[in-house]
Design a protein around this ligand. Structure first.
Ligand SMILES: Nc1ncnc2c1ncn2[C@@H]1O[C@H](COP(=O)(O)OP(=O)(O)OP(=O)(O)O)[C@@H](O)[C@H]1O
Ligand SMILES: [Mg+2]
Length: 579
């Protein structure tokens, strides 16, 4: 944590940190000096009946506290400023790391956990950095300075008062650790509440259609109640702590009054000295309390930092970046003996051999779970094959820069994901420098132009979260336009027409055929009409290429594919998928 503090906070923001420290020292000195001025007041002004000195001292006290106030403010300001800057930087680093992590990482990490990193954990770090660490250092110095001054005044009296310190320390640390633990519970409960809200927002249609509102409400209110109870416990302990510390301080006070009074009567201590002592002892519990609280912040910060650090240092061994550039490709794709498993021992694809050339449309067909989408994941390098290799123009795709490879592939998914912005921006996403004309052209190719023009604001219509304001077929056609606009050498479509009616499917297939001119097209599909529009069928079952050939060849062969067609499994799956 301290090395993190040094590298992420002190070094980048050294000027702010230094200013903060200087301000702090001045503010503390002013605070520490005040009781001394009181001593002067009593002993030298009141004792000597000097009016002039009284004025001087009153003015000094006012000035001291003004100094203390102003410099405390600057200290707080500089710390907060540096803290916010550090946090913003950390957030950016985390976000860009998140963008760079591969698909496999997101498959295994719940999104709620990632959101919690950005909210709760960053907050813990902020508190540790701007309150925890500075307070531990600063208040320790403060405490030592107070103790040193007390010893300097009257070491016997100092020793007697210090005897009460261990009790104060023990009480404060005991209560604070309990309060800290409760705080963690509250945070956990609140994180769960966030997760519940997030999930129910996404699945509101399921919740309402299954009439589970009450169940969701109960789940939610239980967690809220739990958080409220824990919070109350923490607040109660905190109230007890305040009273207890006040009581212990009062005990210290009594001792000073008794023992200090004796010292004064015996002539070892001046009256002013005794008053200064009283003020110091009243000030003692404060730094101790702050240190103890700061230690709790630190503990939480260390845990949060561990989690954030493991995100920042996340290695993505699933796919390793290559270094070859490939500005142009013919789009010749070859799978050679490719085998792949998500979990060891459970192969999803086995010994796949496929050679695909430009101008070819290859339909990848097979029962659900046969490994069709996994085939797409491998071509996009979301995962790498365990054995065998995939070649683009004869180059192993692992040697290419990943971004370069993906730029050559126009990918359309089973469930297209749109951003909550305009239709125009959604299509442009594929190619940021596309002109309005190119965008309209792509929309026409994807047979989306007419329906877009019928939207309330045409191309400037906002599509809603995940494209929710559009129909499934409309979303899909926008996704097709987004893929086409990059003019990729390879089109990779995972059930692109599954959500479309027969009429629209024909149009989109015609568009895909047209867009496929000069490109290599892989189209994963369950639908007969899409298969009929393809040049070659690859029939996958249980991760293996069972048969390959044109639709007619496979029908004539009378094998598994012909059987699937005969038992209308291929047509059937439309219904089961999209009723
Ligand atoms: N990210 C993943 N992690 C682990 N296993 C996975 C993952 N994705 C898919 N699988 C498994 O791999 C197998 C093949 O899945 P895949 O998605 O490739 O099938 P599919 O042919 O596309 O099926 P569908 O027609 O239903 O889309 C399935 O058994 C599935 O459970
Ligand atoms: Mg699939």
């Amino acid at each position: 944590m301290f090395s993190f503090y040094w590298q992420k906070f002190i070094i980048p923001f050294w000027l702010l940190a230094l200013t903060a420290i200087v301000c702090f020292i001045i503010a503390s000195l002013a605070g520490l000096a005040a009781p001394l001025v009181v001593k002067l007041l009593i002993d030298d002004a009141l004792g000597a009946n000097s009016m002039k000195f009284l004025h001087f001292i009153t003015a000094s006290i006012a000035i001291l506290y003004l100094f203390r106030g102003v410099f405390s403010y600057f200290y707080g300001y500089c710390m907060a400023k540096a803290g916010n800057k550090m946090l913003a930087k950390l957030r950016q680093d985390m976000f860009s790391k998140l963008q760079s992590l591969d698909y496999a990482y997101f498959m295994k990490t719940p999104s709620g956990e990632l959101i919690s990193l950005f909210t709760n954990d960053l907050l813990f770090i902020q508190q540790a950095v701007t309150v925890g660490i500075p307070d531990v250092i600063v208040e320790s110095i403060n405490l030592l300075a107070i103790m040193a001054i007390m010893i300097y005044f009257d070491w016997r009296l100092a020793m007697v008062t210090f005897a009460t310190l261990p009790f104060i320390i023990v009480a404060i640390s005991f209560f604070n650790s309990k309060i800290g633990a409760l705080g963690v519970l509250v945070d956990h409960a609140l994180a769960k509440v966030t997760a519940i809200i997030q999930q129910s927002l996404v699945s509101v249609i399921v919740v309402q259609s299954y009439v589970r509102e009450d169940y969701e409400y109960k789940k939610f209110s239980d967690k809220i109640q739990q958080a409220a109870n824990d919070l109350l416990k923490a607040q109660r302990l905190s109230a007890i702590l305040v009273s207890l510390v006040e009581f212990l301080a009062a005990v210290g006070l009594t001792i000073i009054i008794w023992y200090g009074g004796r010292e004064v009567i015996n002539g070892h201590l001046s009256i002013g000295g005794m008053f200064a002592f009283l003020i110091y002892i009243i000030n003692v519990p404060m730094p101790i309390r702050k240190i103890s609280q700061a230690l709790t912040h630190l503990k939480l910060g260390v845990v949060a930092w561990g989690r954030i650090n493991s995100l920042l240092n996340e290695q993505t061994p699933t796919v390793v970046e290559g270094d070859l550039q490939l500005p142009h490709t013919d789009g010749v794709v070859e799978f050679k003996d490719v085998s792949f498993a998500y979990w060891q021992g459970k192969p999803v694809l086995e010994a796949i051999n496929i050679l695909a050339r430009p101008n070819e449309i290859i339909a990848i067909v097979g029962p659900s779970g046969a490994g069709k989408s996994s085939f797409a994941n491998l071509l996009l390098r979301f995962y790498d094959p365990d054995t065998g290799a995939i070649y683009l123009d004869g180059l192993d795709i692992r040697r290419l820069k990943i971004a370069e490879l993906r730029q050559h592939i126009g990918f359309i998914q089973q469930e297209p994901i749109l951003f909550n912005t305009t239709v125009l921006e959604n299509i442009r996403y594929g190619r940021p420098d596309a002109t309005k004309d190119q965008i309209e052209q792509a929309a026409r190719l994807a047979d989306a132009y007419d329906f877009i023009m019928n939207l309330p604001q045409g191309f400037d219509t906002i599509v809603g979260e995940l494209g929710g304001k559009l129909s499934g077929g409309q979303r899909q056609r926008i996704a097709v336009a987004r893929a086409i606009i990059t003019e990729p050498a390879i089109l990779l479509l995972d059930e692109p027409t599954a959500a479309l009616d027969a009429q629209t499917e024909k149009q989109v297939m015609a568009a895909i055929r047209q867009a496929g001119t000069g490109r290599t097209t892989f189209i994963i599909t369950h639908r007969m009409s899409t298969i009929m529009a393809s040049d070659r069928v690859v029939y996958l079952t249980e991760g293996r290429v069972a048969e390959m050939g044109t639709h007619q060849e496979l029908i004539d062969k009378g094998g598994l594919y012909a059987q699937a067609v005969r038992f209308s499994e291929i047509e059937m799956s439309i219904d089961t998928n999209h009723l």
